[in-house]
Design a protein around this ligand. Sequence first.
Ligand code: OAD
Length: 238
Amino acid sequence: MDAQFDRVREILRGAASVAVLTGAGVSAESGIATFRDPDGLWAKFSPRELASMDGFLANPERVREWYAYRKTVATTAQPNAGHYALAALEQQTNGSFCLITQNVDRLHQRAGSRNVLEVHGNLIENRCNDCEAIRTDDVLVCPLCSGAMRPNVVWFGEELPQDVFAAAEQAAMTCDVMIVAGTSAEVYPAAGLPYTTKRYGGVVVEVNPNPTALSSEAHYLLTGTSAQILPHLVGDVP
Ligand code: OAD
């Protein structure tokens, strides 16, 4: 491993507060498609039809079917070495640790990560469109208020869950180092978090096989897949 790795490992060892921001690329090696890569979901499916309130109102059956398919893919997939390395990093950190994920597949939690902020929701739960009650069964109509149940995933044009994003911003402001793994860093407001870390004096480390919107701003670029790179950072690999 080169000097960059040694330096990042050292920074992580000395950090009192570590934040991680992950995106779809972290689950690619678990067989879950990303969004903006050439074989990604947005190359095959229309976000307007499947990931917006207008799309849901126009064809709720189609939208529910697509999320049911994605839920099956997620629940039958297994966490990969990158997810496990981040769970190990949480255990190794002497201080606070926060994993902010844009992923909706729950693989971080299944790999053992504890302090996870799901800023884009998840595929496991449904939420009432009216009273916001959360359920894990597949009822179509809210038993409390008769509103339409929808996937508990953030759609285009929607606000992120307020408390969750406020906690993510707090972590971005206070961390000594933020690892940004497997995200194109194009979707705001989540993509703004590493810039917040930088502004508050923290170190930003990007892990990605490809250049992204963030690359020129990151202090360290570790080029490769998350299942290859992340285990090296936590010392799982000699
Ligand atoms: P994208 O599909 O935009 O970006 C995936 C990133 O993962 C790219 O930068 C790839 O280079 C990288 N990548 C691919 N394979 C990888 C691997 N094995 N290891 C590490 N990185 C790899 O996905 P996100 O950035 O997560 O929003 O997209 C952000 C949001 O846009 C998603 O949360 C979703 C989408 O619309 C919602 O659903 C609300």
